[in-house]
Design a binder for this molecule. Structure first.
Ligand code: DGL
Length: 276
């Protein structure tokens, strides 16, 4: 009699999504830390940016992209977008039956460990900053920390134009960071998955007394722990790879990010979502 073999979900991919390409900073950190894991990344380039949209819309988009990841047999969903992490994770947890990792909690935890003066700055999209998600996450860990936040809506387009080292980006950063620096912050959370690409420019503008916290590396560590806790880690003799799908065939910034992050991305697949 034939015995039915149950598929081994440890071999399934880690599903990662972002509103666009910025979440590749998280995918790159995952590939470095977890080389045995295959990653299926979807960038919702048809509907980017999420950063100026309402909670309802960001929830709907995130649920739709989460559904596309589950259709790829994702064993876990990584929300590699701060805006979706700040606004849509409770909804995703209600709907989907796989572990879900956001980028806000890991970044907040590192900020709490990093600050000495207990004065932390956070930069992100309008929607992320307006949600107060970082303040809540940081103050839940240490209520004595003061959090100063600034939305930086011009940064994503500058980064998408590849203007990582450009005097215009420096001026924009100086303007955005001034009110935070006036508060004598010693730690600055890069609360948007695009921002690590402009890390050097942000470090220049923030000055040497401010430590930057990047959620990508810390999110990868949280994913590693979550896989272990759910017995979902791929066997160490596997060699994983990165698959990238977009919801619109806009590859310009993808190739900029590929170079900046030293990623090997082959052919990009297309996935359709309902027009928003
Ligand atoms: N990826 C988004 C984030 O991390 C930034 C881009 C957008 O506004 O959609 O918040």
């Amino acid at each position: 009699m034939e015995t039915e073999t149950r598929p081994d979900s440890r071999l399934d991919p880690i599903g990662v999504f972002d509103s666009g390409i910025g979440g590749l900073t998280v995918a790159a950190a995952l590939s470095r830390l977890l080389p045995s894991e295959t990653i299926f990344y979807i960038g919702d380039t048809a509907r980017v940016p999420y950063g100026g949209k309402s909670r309802k819309t960001v929830e709907r988009y995130s649920v739709e992209i989460g559904g596309l990841l589950l259709a790829e047999q994702a064993k876990i969903i990584v929300v590699a977008c701060n805006t979706a992490s700040a606004l849509a994770v409770p909804r995703l947890k209600q709907i989907f039956n796989v572990p879900i990792q956001d980028v806000v909690a890991p970044g907040a935890a590192v900020a709490v460990r990093t600050t000495r003066s207990k004065r932390v700055g956070v930069v992100g999209t309008r929607a992320t900053i307006a949600s107060g998600a970082y303040e809540r996450a940081i103050q839940a860990l240490d209520p004595t920390i003061e959090v100063f936040s600034a939305p930086c809506p011009l940064l994503v387009p500058l980064i998408e134009e590849g203007m990582f080292n450009d005097s215009i980006t420096d001026q924009v950063l100086a303007r955005y960071l001034q009110p935070l620096l006036e508060q004598s912050i010693d730690t600055l959370v890069l609360g948007c998955t695009h921002y690590p690409l402009a890390r050097q420019a942000i470090a220049r503008a923030a000055g040497e007394n401010v430590t930057l916290v990047d959620s990508a590396e810390n999110c990868a560590l949280a994913v590693q722990a979550l896989l272990k806790a759910n017995s979902l880690a791929a066997p160490s003799d596997q060699l994983g790879h990165l698959n990238v799908a977009l919801t619109d065939a806009t590859e310009g910034f993808l190739r900029t990010a590929e170079r900046a992050l030293n990623l090997q991305i082959g052919d990009v697949e297309l996935r359709s979502v309902q027009a928003g």
